[in-house]
Design a binder for this molecule. Structure first.
Ligand code: ADP
Ligand code: MG
Length: 268
């Protein structure tokens, strides 16, 4: 999983390649969930990933931060290829535990169900990784977390328990927690799908704000109007392959694949 990736590759505008995925496959038992994904995210790209349920969207994100181990193919982050080896019966395994820890600690993921630690306050949730994983001093971690919580509109909730917050507040706290590790890339897996409709807007507003500042983001969403607005690139996943991709305007206005046409028609 190391040979063919260009180290520190740049595009014609000189933008750094942040995430590079080459011919990624993921198989669960005898189910080929990802069947040859090629995708490049450059600094500042906001890639919206759309597709029906079961098409492999979550699995793709989970491979990028190694919550799932790819079955075949290559992934590199900021030019560093994930080091893999073949274990028993040819199944790929991470070859370098320290690299896995580094990748997980710098590729931030925001989940549908927030996944905050319930027995820690909002502030404790945000300072945990910087202190434990990155060795930031408590005082510095608190200072930065306070700034981030202000940014997502939760300054007054820092000492609250997650269970006492609305879903929208919990998700904004989860975003602050990811920001606290200064992520190389941010992955969002349907960040508003679990929210009551009236809470969706406040979370999208935070994501929109982040998208405007050259952050590299991969965003699985069913919010098509939002994807069209903030994404630099849209990928339509179907049955484990990228069936169509392109700039949002092109994909949403002139979809080519009948499946994509049907998918968009079904949602509108
Ligand atoms: P999506 O996010 O697009 O809805 P997923 O990536 O969650 O799709 O899942 C794609 C397919 O992979 C589904 O058929 C799902 O059942 C299967 N799958 C996902 N995770 C696992 C797992 N850990 N074990 C077995 N099958 C899985
Ligand atoms: Mg999913």
């Amino acid at each position: 999983m190391t040979q063919s990736i260009q180290v520190n590759g740049r595009d014609t505008l000189g933008r750094e390649t942040v995430v590079e995925i080459i011919d990624l496959h993921k198989r669960f038992d005898d189910h080929d969930v990802l069947r040859g994904i090629n995708l490049t995210a450059r600094r500042g790209d906001v890639i919206a990933i759309i597709g029906g349920s079961g098409s492999g969207k979550s699995t793709l994100l989970r491979c990028i931060n190694l919550l799932e181990v790819p079955s075949a193919g290559e992934i590199a982050i900021e030019g560093e290829p994930y080091r893999m080896k073949h274990g028993h019966s040819g199944i790929m395994k991470p070859a370098d535990a320290r690299q896995v820890a580094r990748i997980r600690s710098r590729v931030g993921m925001v989940f549908q169900n927030f996944n905050l630690w319930p027995h820690r306050t909002v502030l404790e949730n945000v300072i945990e990784a910087p202190m434990i994983v990155h060795g930031v001093k408590r005082g510095d971690a608190i200072e930065r977390a306070t700034t981030l919580l202000e940014r997502v509109g939760l300054a007054d909730k820092k000492d609250s328990w997650p269970g006492f917050l609305s879903g929208g507040q919990q998700q904004r706290a989860a975003i602050a927690r990811v920001l606290a590790v200064e992520p190389m890339a941010m992955l969002f897996d349907e960040p508003t799908s679990a929210l009551d409709p009236e809470l969706v807007g406040e979370v999208l507003a935070v994501i929109r704000d982040l998208a405007g500042e050259q952050r590299t983001m991969l965003l699985v969403t069913h919010e098509m109007a939002f994807a069209r607005d903030v994404a630099t690139h849209v990928v339509f996943l179907r049955d484990g392959v990228i069936e169509e991709q392109g700039p949002p305007q092109q994909l949403f206005e002139t979809p080519q694949s009948p499946h994509l046409q049907q998918f968009l028609g079904r949602l509108s």
